[in-house]
Design a protein around this ligand. Structure first.
Ligand code: HEM
Length: 434
C-alpha cells in the first residue's frame, strides 16, 4: 500500500498507460478473424511484459494483466472491492419509479455486489443449490433441451449455431433451474439484453431507455411473484432451495430482497457467458480440425475441451473492482477511488502460469488453473452448472453432428472488452440419412 497518490485526478495525470491498446477499438478486441490472427493476444502479451498494470484513459479504468497480480488482487477483497463495481452507467429516467424491494438500478444484494462479511454469509447460504451433485440432477433435462435444439435443424445440413444452439440452451436451462416455465426463456432473453445494454450504454435515446426500464420492472414483478408462490408451495427448484437455506452457525436465512437480487444476477451472469462458452468450444476445436476429430473419436476429452476453452478463449475477458484505498499492484501505485478491470483473458495467456500459453492444448496438465471463472471468494458460483451445460452441449454436437464444419470468418463480435461473444457462427455438416 502507498500514501503517495492522493486522488484519482492527481495520479492519473502521471500514471502508466499502454498506448497501443484501446479497449474501445473493435480490432483490439476481436473481429471474427481466426483466433491465431486476432490482435488482442500479441498486444496483451506486450502489456504483460512492458506495462502489466496500466491506465486506460478511454474508459477511466486501470487494467491488470498478469496472472499473479490478478490473483493477489482477487485475494485482497478489502482493498479491491465489489461494492459498486457493477453499476449501471445510465440515469434512471424521471418517469420511472423503482418499487420498494426492487434492486434496480444495481443488482442489489447479489453476491457479485457484496464484500465480506455479508458476501460470506449470503454465499454460504446459496452454496448448497450449486453443488455439482445438486446441479447434476438436471443432466437429463439439459440433454433434452440440447437435443430438442438439434432436432430442429439437423436435417438442414447448415445453421447459424449462435441463435439456434448456443443462445437457447443456457436461457432455457436457467429458466428451468429457477423453476420458471420454459416459455419464460424469451422474456429472460429480452430482459438480459436490455439490462446489459443499460449497464454499458449511457447514450441510449430517452424513449428507448424508458421502454427498456418498463420491461425490467415487469421482470422484477414476475420474479417477485414467483418467489412468493414458492414460499407458499416449494418445488424442486433453485428458488425453493434458496428460500429454505439455513446455515449450521445460525446465520439468518436469505431475505426476499437477497433472493430476488441473486436470481437477477443468475440470469444475467449465467446466460450470455454460457452461450459464448458453447460457441467458443466449437471455434477452438475447429481452429485446428484435428482437435475436433480427436474429441469426436474420444468423447472422454469433452471436459478437457471445456476447461481449455475457458483458459484459451474464455467468455469473460475481465471484470471490475473499486479500489478502496491507495494501493499498489505489480509495483504500480493506484489511487483510492480508481476503477479497475482485471483482464482474466490476458492472465490466462500468461507464460509465467501456462507453458506455451498461446497454444490450445487438449492435454494441458494445469488447464484447470485458469481464471475464466475468477478465483477465490468471488469464484463463479454457477461454475458447476456452466460446466455441465457446456459438456452436454458439446457431447450432443459431436455425437449427432460429427462432420460439422464452421466458417470462422463469419463470426463477427460486438466491440466490448467485458464479454465479447460471436454474434453468428455458420456451420455445415452432412445430414443423417433417413
Ligand atoms: C461459462 C460460463 C460462465 C463464466 C465464464 C462465468 C464467469 C464468471 C466470473 C469470471 C466470475 C467472477 C466475477 C468476479 O470475481 O468479479 C463469475 C461470478 C459469478 N457467476 Fe459466473 N460464469 C459463468 C456461468 C455462470 C452461471 C451459469 C451462473 C448462474 C447460474 C453464474 C453466476 C455467477 C455469480 C452469481 C457470480 C458472482 C459470485 C460471487 O461474487 O461470489 N455464472 N462468473
Amino acid at each position: 500500500m502507498t500514501t503517495e497518490a492522493t486522488s484519482t485526478t492527481d495520479a492519473t495525470a502521471k500514471c502508466p498507460v499502454f498506448a497501443d491498446f484501446d479497449p474501445l477499438v473493435p480490432h483490439h478486441l476481436d473481429t471474427g478473424r481466426p483466433i491465431s490472427e486476432q490482435l488482442p493476444w500479441p498486444l496483451l502479451a506486450r502489456a504483460r511484459r512492458e506495462q502489466p498494470v496500466f491506465y486506460m484513459p478511454q474508459i477511466d479504468m486501470w487494467c491488470v494483466t498478469r496472472y499473479d497480480d490478478i490473483r493477489a488482487m482477487l485475494r485482497d477483497t478489502e482493498t479491491f472491492s465489489n461494492a459498486g463495481a457493477n453499476e449501471m452507467r445510465t440515469e434512471v429516467p424521471a418517469e420511472i419509479t423503482i418499487p420498494e424491494g426492487c434492486p434496480y438500478p444495481t443488482i442489489g444484494d447479489s453476491v457479485a455486489n457484496l464484500d465480506p462479511p455479508n458476501h460470506t454469509r449470503v454465499r454460504k447460504l446459496m452454496q448448497y443449490a450449486f453443488t455439482p451433485k445438486r446441479v447434476g440432477e438436471r443432466s437429463e433435462q439439459i440433454r433434452e433441451i440440447a437435443n430438442a435444439c438439434i432436432d430442429k435443424f439437423i436435417d438442414q445440413g447448415e445453421v447459424d449455431l449462435v441463435p439456434a444452439y448456443s443462445n437457447p440452451i443456457p436461457i432455457q436451462v436457467i429458466a428451468m433451474v429457477l423453476g420458471f416455465p420454459i416459455e419464460a426463456a424469451d422474456r429472460f432473453r429480452k430482459w438480459t439484453d436490455d439490462f446489459l445494454e443499460l449497464l454499458a450504454n449511457p447514450g441510449l435515446p430517452h424513449d428507448r431507455a424508458v421502454e427498456m426500464w418498463n420491461g425490467l420492472l415487469d421482470s422484477f414483478e414476475y420474479i417477485r411473484n414467483h418467489v412468493q408462490s414458492r414460499r407458499e408451495s416449494p418445488e424442486n427448484d433453485l428458488i425453493s432451495d434458496l428460500l429454505h437455506a439455513r446455515s449450521d452457525d445460525g446465520a439468518p436465512s436469505l431475505s426476499d430482497f437477497e433472493i430476488i437480487s441473486n436470481t437477477i444476477s443468475f440470469v444475467i451472469a449465467g446466460t450470455d457467458t454460457t452461450a459464448t462458452q458453447i460457441s467458443h468450444m466449437v471455434i477452438c476445436l475447429q481452429e485446428d480440425r484435428s482437435r475436433w476429430e480427436e474429441v469426436v473419436a474420444d468423447p472422454s476429452l469433452v471436459p478437457n475441451a471445456v476447461e481449455e476453452t475457458l483458459r484459451y478463449l474464455g467468455p469473460v475477458r475481465g471484470l471490475n473492482r473499486v479500489v478502496t484505498c491507495d494501493a499498489e499492484l505489480g509495483g504500480v501505485k493506484i489511487p483510492q477511488g480508481s476503477r479497475l478491470f482485471w483482464m482474466g483473458a490476458a492472465a490466462n495467456r500468461d507464460e509465467a502460469a501456462f507453458e506455451n500459453a498461446d497454444q490450445f492444448d487438449l492435454h494441458r496438465k494445469n488447464m484447470s488453473h485458469h481464471i475464466g471463472f475468477g478465483a477465490l471468494k468471488h469464484f463463479c458460483i454457477g461454475a458447476p452448472l456452466a460446466r455441465l451445460e457446456a459438456q452436454i452441449a458439446l457431447e450432443c454436437l459431436i455425437e449427432r453432428l460429427p462432420s460439422l464444419q464452421i466458417d470462422e470468418q463469419t463470426a463477427p463480435y460486438p466491440p466490448t472488452c467485458v464479454m465479447p461473444g460471436p454474434l453468428n457462427l455458420r456451420a455445415t455438416w452432412t445430414p443423417p440419412a433417413r
